[in-house]
Design a binder for this molecule. Structure first.
Ligand code: NAD
Ligand code: ZN
Length: 247
């Protein structure tokens, strides 16, 4: 199928669908300036996430995570949603899009105006105290981290603060997973955007939607090992393709 034919087919499927959901990964935020785990020269080349972002290493030495977090905070606080985030937020306003399930921790769907965002891996911007569980919702913690407070400590009890982003080997938020599964079971179309579909359980969700009778449109810069689940595969940048198919 030519690129134009694939775009036409995607537009037709979207027009005929009434209960659309999106599943997004790091690729949707690359055009907002936040690199995915694969791109060269990015943050993750200097900080291997398997070393700097595991739950076990955080418990042993939180400074390591927060040293990486200093650069990550700077990237995330500067990033703005791109055309793909905005197109999804606009589709939700029409009532056709039921929700966005995201593996991202960057808050960009919410900044773009999306309301029903299910965060499978939490949110980097929120933090909480490991001792007294006091929650820190605003950017204050990250400003302190950027200014060199590593690791950041709780104002109430002096305990170590942990970002709410889910680390490797840390259990996923159960409620988010339940909500994601319910959305997958009740959609008639899933648009998968910017994910390599290698991290579980997100990698399994397109198959779950498909088994429940939904069509699948997949938008990604390169091939994924789940392309065969999709009815239409669109190869390209999310910020270019997503607004075109949703226009
Ligand atoms: P991934 O890095 O494994 O895959 C990203 C995919 O996006 C790749 O297949 C790549 O080809 C594609 N891609 C890159 N640029 C693109 C673009 N402009 N348009 C469309 N596609 C593009 O990411 P993943 O599948 O989301 O999973 C990895 C884990 O990394 C997740 O757990 C996620 O929490 C975490 N992560 C999050 C962020 C973020 O919050 N922005 C950034 C990096 C990693
Ligand atoms: Zn505390």
């Amino acid at each position: 199928m030519s690129d134009d034919n694939a775009i036409d087919l995607a537009q037709r499927i979207i027009k005929d669908s009434k209960r659309i959901i999106a599943l997004t990964g790091a690729g949707i935020s690359v055009d907002s300036g936040i690199p995915d785990f694969r791109s060269e020269g990015g943050l993750w080349e200097r900080y291997d996430p398997h070393e700097y972002a595991t739950y076990d290493s955080f418990l042993v030495d939180p400074s390591k995570f927060w040293t990486m977090g200093q650069e990550l905070a700077d990237l995330i606080l500067k990033a703005q949603p791109n055309e793909a985030h905005i197109a999804l937020a606009n589709l939700e306003k029409t009532g056709k899009l039921r929700g966005v399930i995201t593996q991202n921790i960057d808050n960009l769907h919410q900044t773009a105006g999306s309301k029903n965002v299910i965060e499978l891996h939490g949110n980097y911007l929120r933090a909480y105290c490991m001792d007294c569980h006091h929650e820190y919702a605003d950017n204050e913690i990250h400003r302190r981290v950027i200014n060199g407070e590593i690791p950041p400590k709780c104002d109430k009890c002096g305990g170590i603060l942990k970002s709410e982003a889910v680390l490797f080997n840390e259990p996923l938020p159960e409620k988010a997973m339940e909500e994601a599964v319910a959305l997958c079971r009740n959609c008639d179309l899933m648009i998968v955007i910017g994910t390599s579909l290698t991290v579980y359980p997100a990698a399994f969700l397109p198959q779950l939607a498909k088994n429940s009778g939904a069509k699948i449109i997949l938008v990604n810069l390169e091939g994924t090992n789940r392309d065969n689940v999709a009815d239409v595969v669109l190869r390209g940048r999310a910020s270019n393709i997503v607004p075109r198919i949703l226009e």
